[in-house]
Design a protein around this ligand. Structure first.
Ligand code: IVH
Length: 702
C-alpha cells in the first residue's frame, strides 16, 4: 500500500535544511521495492502532469506534485539503473548538441489551400463534390488554424522516441531533447485501459506559447532588465531550435495536436475519431474543434471565431474545414501540395500601418525604463489601438524606428500590440531619430544602463512612478493582498504625498484618505480595514512584497521558511543566503545589497514600528510562536515512543492543536501501528501523513 507523504518530502524537507529521507515507514506495512515504487511514482506523476498541463484540471496541489516529483528524483539518484527515458524527471536530461540531425518525415507536411471569403469556401466544396459525390454526405470537422510551429512526434511502444520540426516539409530537424521539455507533450502514452497505444504512433501538432505564459514571461524579463520577446510564435520557434535543451525548458512552450500520421493497426477513419483518440492517449487537443453535417453551419462556425479569436489562449490565423471521412479525403488527392480534402478559411491579418506620433517611457517598479509607441489611433481587428510596445531601446535602434514614421503594427492573439518596424517607403525626411532618455521622464534624475543589461534604469529610489509601481506590488494579490487597493489608489496616495514608502500605508487614516477624490462614504473605512487585515500576513508574503530583484513568491517562501524571521533575513550574510536552496551567489548579493541600502533600512524600521514584522510562518489568526503555530494534528494508532499524551504535549508546546477527527482542516495525521479509518479518510482528503519520527523532525526547535 502506498501512503502519500506529500509535504514531508517537499517544502518541509527544505525548511529544515537537511536531506534526510523522510519516507514514512509505518509499522506493519511493507515498503515497496524501489523499482516498484519508481514505476508507481512515474505513473502517478504522469497522470497529475497530464491533468495539470493538458486538461488544466489538477486534483492535487503544486506542493504535493513537487513532493512526488522530488521523491522520484531522489529514488532515481539513489538507483540510477531505475531511470527510464520516459520518466518525467528526464524532461531536461538531454545534453546540448552540436547540430541537429535531419529526419525524413513519414509523410510530407503539406500546406492548405486558403479561402479568404465564405464564397471561396463554397466554391472549394462544389469543386470537390463534383469530383466525388460522396463528399456531399461526409460531414466536416472545423478546427482553429493554429499559428505555431509544426512538430512531428514519434512514439514506439507508447514511449516518445523522436521529434522533429517541419523543415522543408519533407525533411525536418530532429529536436527530441528540446521537445521532451514541453510539459504538455506525453513522454509515454498512458494506458487507460480502453485501448492500447499502437506500436508505432506518429502525431503532428503545433508548438505554441500560450498568451498568458508569454505575457508573464515578458513581464518577468522586463522587470529583471532583460530583453523581452517580440511575439509568441518566434519565441517558440527560437526556443525549439536551441542546441541546449535547458534553454528550451526555460520557455513556456505548449503543444496542440491535430493529426495522426501513422497509427499502425489502429483504425482512424475520421478526423473526429482522430481528435478523440489523441485526447484519449493524453495529447493536448484544441477544445474549439466541432463536427458539422452541413457546410453552411461549418462556415458560420468559422466566422464566429473571427470575432472571438482573442478568447483563445493562442494565436490563430483562421479556421480549417476538413472532410471528416479521412479515406474519402485522401481519395480526393491534391492540387499541387494542397490536399483537396481540407481548406483554410483565413482571417484578415491583424497588421496595419499608422503614424508613430511619439515615443513614451514607462518607469517600472525596479526603475526599468520601457519605451512605448504613442500612435495615431487605428483599428486592428475590432480594437482601437493607441499605444504599442517597443520592447526596449535597442529594439528602436535596431529597427531604426523614428518619431513621425509610418509604422507597421501587429496585434497577435491577445498579447499587447507591437511595432514591427517602420515603413521605409513612406519616409519624407521629416522623421526624427530617437535617443534613449538621459534623465528619468518622471523624476528627472539620472538614468543608468548596468553592464550586460539591455535596460536603462532610473536609480532614484524616491522616483514617484517607481514608488507607485512599488506600492502596487506591495499591496498586490501574491504579496500583502490588500483588498480594494488598486493602481488608482496607489497613484492617488503617492501623488498626494500621503505615502512615501510602502510602510506608510499602515499609517493611513480616515482623515488622510478623505482628502482624496472619490473617498466619500465607506470607501476609506473599508480600505483601512483591508490594510489592517494585511498587517498579519505571513513572513513569506512580506518578503515577496519588498520587491527585491529576483525574489519572487517561491524564493520568498523558501527564505521565510529557512530563516524564520525578518530579523534573520535582514542580517543574513552572503554565505547564509547561498546555503539556501534556490539562492545563487548573484541573488545572494542582490538580497544583501538590498538590505544594506539606507532607504530600505528606513523602510524596514518603519514596518517594524508599525508591527508588520512576522517572525515565523503564521497563518492569519493563529497564535504566534512555535513551528506548529496555526496547524492542526490528529493522532491515530500506537506511536513507537510517544504515548498519546506525550505526543499531544509535544505538538501543543510547539503551538499546534490536536483534534480527534480528520477533516479538510487537518494539517497532519500522525500515524502509528494499527492505524484505522482515520488513515483512509486522511488519504482521501489529501491530508499530509507523517509518522512519529517525522513529527519529531518537524517540531525540532533547534
Ligand atoms: S491539418 C494536409 N490542422 O497549417 C495538411 N493544419 O497551412 C493538413 N496548421 O502545415 C494540415 N493548425 O502546420 C491542420 N488544425 C490544423 C492546423 C494546421 C495549423 C498548420 C499545419 C499545416 C499548415 C497548413
Amino acid at each position: 500500500m502506498f501512503v502519500k507523504t506529500a509535504s514531508v518530502y517537499g517544502r518541509s524537507r527544505q525548511q529544515f535544511g537537511h536531506a534526510a529521507d523522510y519516507s514514512v515507514i509505518i509499522p506493519g506495512m511493507s515498503t515497496p521495492a524501489p523499482a516498484e515504487r519508481a514505476a508507481r511514482l512515474r505513473q502517478e506523476i504522469q497522470q497529475h502532469s497530464h491533468r495539470y498541463h493538458v486538461l488544466s484540471a489538477p486534483v492535487i496541489s503544486d506542493a504535493e506534485y513537487d513532493a512526488l516529483y522530488k521523491e522520484l528524483q531522489a529514488l532515481e539518484a539513489q538507483y540510477p539503473e531505475l531511470v527510464t527515458p520516459d520518466s518525467l524527471t528526464q524532461r531536461v536530461g538531454g545534453a546540448a548538441s552540436e547540430k541537429f540531425e535531419k529526419v525524413r518525415h513519414p509523410a510530407p507536411i503539406l500546406s492548405l489551400s486558403n479561402a479568404f471569403s465564405t464564397d471561396e469556401v463554397r466554391a472549394w466544396f462544389e469543386r470537390v463534390a463534383r469530383l466525388d459525390d460522396r463528399v456531399r454526405g461526409a460531414g466536416f470537422v472545423v478546427e482553429p488554424k493554429i499559428d505555431g510551429l509544426t512538430v512531428v512526434l514519434h512514439y514506439e511502444n507508447g514511449a516518445f522516441v523522436r521529434g522533429a520540426t517541419r523543415g522543408d516539409g519533407e525533411v525536418g530537424e530532429e529536436v527530441t531533447p528540446n521537445l521532451r521539455t514541453v510539459r504538455s507533450l506525453p513522454l509515454r502514452i498512458p494506458v487507460t485501459g480502453k485501448r492500447k497505444p499502437p506500436k508505432r504512433w506518429v502525431v503532428r501538432g503545433e508548438a505554441v506559447i500560450f498568451t498568458k505564459d508569454f505575457e508573464a514571461m515578458n513581464a518577468r524579463l522586463a522587470e529583471a532588465g532583460e530583453r523581452t520577446f517580440v511575439n509568441p510564435r518566434n519565441t517558440a520557434s527560437g526556443a525549439l531550435r536551441q542546441l541546449d535543451p535547458k534553454l528550451t525548458a526555460a520557455r513556456p512552450i505548449s503543444l496542440l495536436c491535430y493529426a495522426v500520421v501513422d497509427a499502425e493497426g489502429l483504425a482512424l477513419d475520421t478526423q473526429w475519431a482522430t481528435l478523440e483518440t489523441l485526447r484519449e492517449f493524453g495529447f493536448p487537443v484544441t477544445s474549439a474543434a466541432r463536427r458539422f453535417a452541413d457546410l453552411e453551419a461549418a462556415i458560420a462556425y468559422c466566422e464566429s471565431w473571427n470575432d472571438k479569436r482573442d478568447s483563445l489562449d493562442y494565436e490563430i490565423d483562421g479556421m480549417v474545414i476538413k472532410i471528416d471521412d479521412l479515406r474519402l479525403a485522401a481519395d480526393l488527392g491534391f492540387v499541387g501540395k494542397d490536399p483537396r480534402g481540407a481548406i483554410a478559411f483565413k482571417f484578415p491579418a491583424r497588421e496595419v500601418t499608422t503614424a508613430l506620433n511619439d515615443i513614451g517611457v514607462n518607469v517600472g517598479r525596479t526603475g526599468v525604463l520601457t519605451p512605448f509607441a504613442i500612435l495615431e489611433p487605428v483599428e486592428v481587428g475590432g480594437v482601437t489601438v493607441r499605444q504599442a510596445t517597443l520592447h526596449n531601446f535597442d529594439y528602436i535602434a535596431e529597427k531604426d524606428i523614428r518619431i513621425g514614421d509610418r509604422v507597421l503594427l501587429k496585434r497577435a492573439g491577445d498579447v499587447i500590440p507591437y511595432v514591427i518596424g517602420p515603413v521605409l517607403e513612406a519616409r519624407t525626411g521629416d522623421e526624427r531619430p530617437y535617443k534613449p532618455p538621459q534623465k528619468c521622464p518622471t523624476c528627472g534624475e539620472a538614468v543608468e544602463q548596468p553592464e550586460g543589461e539591455v535596460a536603462y534604469y532610473c536609480i532614484n529610489a524616491a522616483c514617484p512612478d517607481q514608488l507607485i509601481r512599488n506600492i502596487e506590488h506591495f499591496v498586490g494579490r501574491g504579496t500583502m493582498d490588500v483588498e480594494g487597493f488598486g493602481s488608482k489608489i496607489a497613484e492617488q496616495v503617492v501623488k498626494a504625498g500621503l505615502v512615501k514608502d510602502a510602510a506608510d500605508i499602515f499609517s493611513l487614516t480616515d482623515k488622510k484618505l478623505l482628502t482624496l477624490e472619490g473617498f466619500a462614504g465607506k470607501k476609506a473605512e473599508n480600505l483601512l480595514a483591508s490594510i489592517e487585515a494585511a498587517r498579519s500576513r505571513p513572513l513569506a508574503r512580506l518578503v515577496a512584497a519588498l520587491g527585491i530583484h529576483g525574489v519572487g513568491e517561491v524564493l520568498a517562501a523558501d527564505l521565510a521558511a529557512q530563516l524564520g524571521s525578518m530579523d534573520a533575513l535582514q542580517h543574513a550574510s552572503d554565505e547564509d543566503l547561498v546555503a539556501i536552496e534556490g539562492v545563487g551567489p548573484n541573488t545572494a548579493a542582490t538580497i544583501a545589497d538590498w538590505f544594506a541600502r539606507p532607504g530600505n533600512k528606513r523602510l524596514l524600521n518603519k514596518l517594524k514600528k508599525a508591527g508588520v514584522w512576522p517572525t515565523v510562518e503564521v497563518r492569519p489568526g493563529a497564535a504566534a510562536g512555535g513551528p506548529f503555530a496555526g496547524q492542526t494534528f490528529v493522532i491515530t494508532g500506537t506511536l513507537p515512543d510517544f504515548s498519546r499524551e506525550q505526543a499531544r504535549a509535544f505538538i501543543e508546546e510547539r503551538g499546534g492543536k490536536v483534534t480527534d477527527s480528520v477533516s479538510k482542516k487537518t494539517d497532519y495525521l500522525v500515524v502509528g501501528e494499527a492505524a484505522g479509518s482515520k488513515l483512509t479518510k486522511a488519504q482521501a482528503l489529501g491530508v499530509k501523513i507523517i509518522d512519529e519520527a517525522a513529527l519529531r523532525e518537524l517540531g525540532n526547535i533547534d
